[in-house]
Design a protein around this ligand. Structure first.
Ligand SMILES: [Mg+2]
Length: 231
């Protein structure tokens, strides 16, 4: 079972130690943008398979009989050709509230040019951001070029992100925390509720951040429990 317990006292200490305006990185893929159903659909159409989002329980797609490199063209195609179908999972009102207490920026890892396995996806990502009115609230998304750096190299105090790889890194970084957006493929991550705080979705993380900034957080009940799926 996965519990979403939050160590409220640890979160309050983190908030106290990060100064007046902590910096929050908000991931796009599978955190704010529901791109996975489109990727899986692209994959199914090409392979004649019938996988669902729930079947994706391994970060590297091995459970779908695939791997990261094979899957990337389906990811790129989702953003380039089907970006209007990618759902917005966020809450703009909540985001506006968050920006009153924090510096908030979108941070996404993808090639900024047409090269590489994620190449060509930046322009339509900006279109998607405009379509959902996010550009009216947040500064232009920061693009992390995987050839040059990693999300951890950017100066943020907290990451709202679904990546289990980033969680491994954040665990080693003093002062940084990650709100790990719960997904089937990151359930193996050891979340301690202090540095790695498992959340139901990005909005759950934003609510916690707003509450801790305003001193209204008292206790955080586990929002849900999920049975671990065996591979
Ligand atoms: Mg992501």
């Amino acid at each position: 079972m996965v519990n979403m317990d939050v160590d409220v006292e640890a979160l309050k200490l983190w908030r106290r130690d990060t100064g007046s305006r902590p910096r929050i990185a908000l991931d796009i893929d599978s955190t704010w943008a529901g791109v996975l159903p489109v990727i899986i659909d692209n994959f199914n159409k090409a392979k004649g398979t019938n996988f669902t989002v729930e079947d994706h329980i391994d970060w590297d797609f091995k459970n779908l009989g695939s791997d990261y490199m094979e899957m990337m063209p389906f990811y790129a195609s989702a953003w380039i050709n089907r970006w209007r179908e990618i759902s917005f999972l966020g809450d703009l009102s909540l985001t506006i509230e968050l920006t009153k207490d924090y510096y908030v920026s979108l941070l996404t890892t993808r090639s900024p040019t047409s090269e590489g396995v994620t190449g060509g996806t930046v322009d339509t990502m900006h279109e998607w951001i405009r379509l959902h009115g996010i550009d009216k609230i947040l500064p232009p998304a920061q693009i992390c070029d995987p050839k040059q750096n990693k999300a951890k190299d950017f100066d943020y105090d907290a990451y709202i992100d679904d990546s289990p790889r980033l969680a491994d890194t954040v665990m080693q970084m003093p002062g940084k925390i990650q709100f790990l957006v719960d997904q089937g493929y990151n359930r193996e991550v050891k979340d301690d509720g202090k540095k790695i705080i498992r959340v139901q979705d990005a909005n759950h993380a934003m609510r916690l951040l707003i509450e801790v900034a305003r001193g209204t957080i008292v206790s955080e009940e586990p929002r849900m429990t999920i049975k671990l799926k065996k591979c």
